[in-house]
Design a protein around this ligand. Structure first.
Ligand SMILES: Nc1ncnc2c1ncn2[C@@H]1O[C@H](COP(=O)(O)OP(=O)(O)OP(=O)(O)O)[C@@H](O)[C@H]1O
Ligand SMILES: [Mg+2]
Length: 464
């Protein structure tokens, strides 16, 4: 926890000293000044968390001062010291944004308690915004690993619609990264500071799902002992991510349609109409068009959800993404398990490129996590891969794995491999690697970025 830095402003020197000494003894960093200009100068030059100011300095308007300093630093907590007869000014100052007031002569213990409370609050605010910042970092679009043009298109489209309020329907088989994309859209939208709430429509039976989404009033059904706020209310100003939307029952489809059209609903068992400002992102791994043809999914709801449609292809259709994902997960799980894994043997990499991934990226991620745990140190090798992946080794003998698939895909995989090799051979010196590859250094740098070959040594085995 960070200790607060405190600025004291009081024209009575003796009192100023007394407070300063006490706070310094408590371990705070303190600066004490006797006039407004000095205080403003200090706030401009050093950061403070707390300003303790007398509101009875001749010729000084305490209200104005408090206002002025908060304009310089809006996070500064202002404590007003009031003498007899100045309480009214202090109350006005608090209404205008000062944090609190204390009567003079100052009770130093009371002051320390108050400062402690302020620091705690400021630390919480700081931690909270750091946490949000980290989440946003984590879900930046460029943290979604992609090399394939199919994924680039997906990310490009998602990036363009993120800032709007448009409903997005994300489709893709299990484990392709639908939820990851939904998070990226939310954290790149204007709603990023408001909640992202997820509801899995397949996880609950109809009645429970209804109360989950819309909430319920106390006593609305057996077991409803307290009033409960639904997810639509909880996500107000934020984003509601409805996963497995294809599993909604016909009755729930009607209810959802109404909220989308009218932006309002009632809690289960309630009459009060509730408004909520929610951006919807829906996902499905099912073929919704088929549901429409078969009559199990409402066409009007489909059109409402499908304002922007994003399709994430299965991993076996975008094999160019595999090498980048391998490196990304090796780094992730290497760090998580504190293991010095420098990369993967070419043979193991070939097997992983050849494999079909019915469980898509999630399956690849699990394979790498397991391999990192099993690997001794250094390189992940074939024996660290699951048996069913190893079994592919014999079948593909006739043709190296990276030469399978479309021409475009194959060329990209080969290009990436050549670059990584060149970097390894030149000890990571880019000028030499570029020369060896017969390309300019600028082109090399561009390709390093394109193929997400990182400069942390995971790929090339050494710093590049
Ligand atoms: N392009 C990617 N880059 C990095 N990680 C990815 C990528 N795609 C998926 N992942 C990771 O793979 C795992 C599965 O992704 P996610 O949960 O988003 O898939 P999903 O499509 O929602 O799956 P399901 O349909 O099973 O719910 C997650 O750990 C996610 O972070
Ligand atoms: Mg999911």
């Amino acid at each position: 926890m960070q200790e607060a830095r405190i600025l004291i402003m009081d024209d009575e020197e003796q009192e100023r000293r007394r407070i300063e000494e006490h706070l310094v003894q408590q371990g705070y960093a303190v600066v004490a000044v006797g006039s407004v200009p000095e205080a403003i100068e200090a706030i401009r030059h050093d950061g403070f968390e707390v300003l303790l100011t007398d509101c009875n300095i001749p010729g000084v308007d305490a209200l104005k001062t408090s206002d002025e300093v908060r304009r310089i630093d809006p996070d500064l907590a202002v404590i007003i010291m009031t003498a007899f007869g100045t309480i009214e000014t202090a109350v006005k100052a608090i209404k205008a944004g000062a944090y609190d007031y204390l009567p003079k002569p100052l009770d130093l213990d009371q002051l320390v308690v108050l400062i402690g409370r302020i620091s705690e609050r400021q630390n919480l605010i700081r931690e909270n915004s750091e946490l949000k910042e980290r989440l946003r970092e984590r879900y930046k679009f460029d943290e979604i690993i992609s090399t394939s043009s199919a994924m680039e298109q997906v990310l490009n489209l998602a990036g363009r619609v993120a800032g709007s309020n448009a409903t997005v329907l994300i489709r893709g088989k299990s484990g392709t990264g639908k939820e990851l994309l939904a998070k990226a859209i939310h954290y790149n939208s204007l709603r990023a500071n408001f909640p992202l709430i997820k509801v899995n429509c397949a996880a609950l039976p109809e009645t429970l799902l209804e109360s989950e989404l819309f909430g319920h009033e106390k006593g609305s059904f057996t077991g409803a002992t307290v009033r409960r706020i639904g997810r639509f209310e909880a996500a107000d100003k934020g984003t509601l991510f409805l996963d497995e939307i294809g599993e909604l029952t016909p009755a729930m489809q009607v209810k959802l349609l109404r909220v989308i059209q009218e932006h309002e609903f009632e809690r289960v068992g309630g009459n009060q109409t509730i408004k909520s400002d929610v951006r919807l992102i829906a996902a499905t791994s099912k073929d919704i068009e088929r549901g429409i043809r078969e009559g199990s999914f409402r066409e009007d709801l489909y059109y409402r959800l499908n304002v922007v449609s994003v399709v994430i292809p299965p991993l076996h259709e975008r094999k160019e993404d595999i090498p980048g994902l391998i490196d990304y997960f090796i780094k992730k799980y290497g760090e998580e398990n504190r293991k010095q894994i420098t990369g993967m043997s070419t043979e193991a990499r070939d097997l992983l490129i050849r494999y079909n991934y019915p469980g898509n990226v999630r399956e690849l991620e699990n394979i790498i996590e397991r391999a990192v745990v099993l690997a001794k140190r250094g390189l992940v090798t074939v024996k660290d891969l699951p048996i069913h992946v190893q079994a592919d080794r014999e079948e593909g003998k006739t043709q190296p794995a990276h030469l399978k698939g479309s021409l475009h895909e194959t060329l990209k995989t080969m290009e990436r491999g050549l670059i990584v090799d060149a970097l390894k051979e030149t000890g990571g010196v880019q000028t030499q690697a570029a020369e060896r590859l017969g390309i300019s250094e600028r082109v090399l740098r561009y390709k390093l970025k394109k193929y997400r070959i990182r400069d942390d040594g995971v790929n090339a085995g050494k710093k590049i």
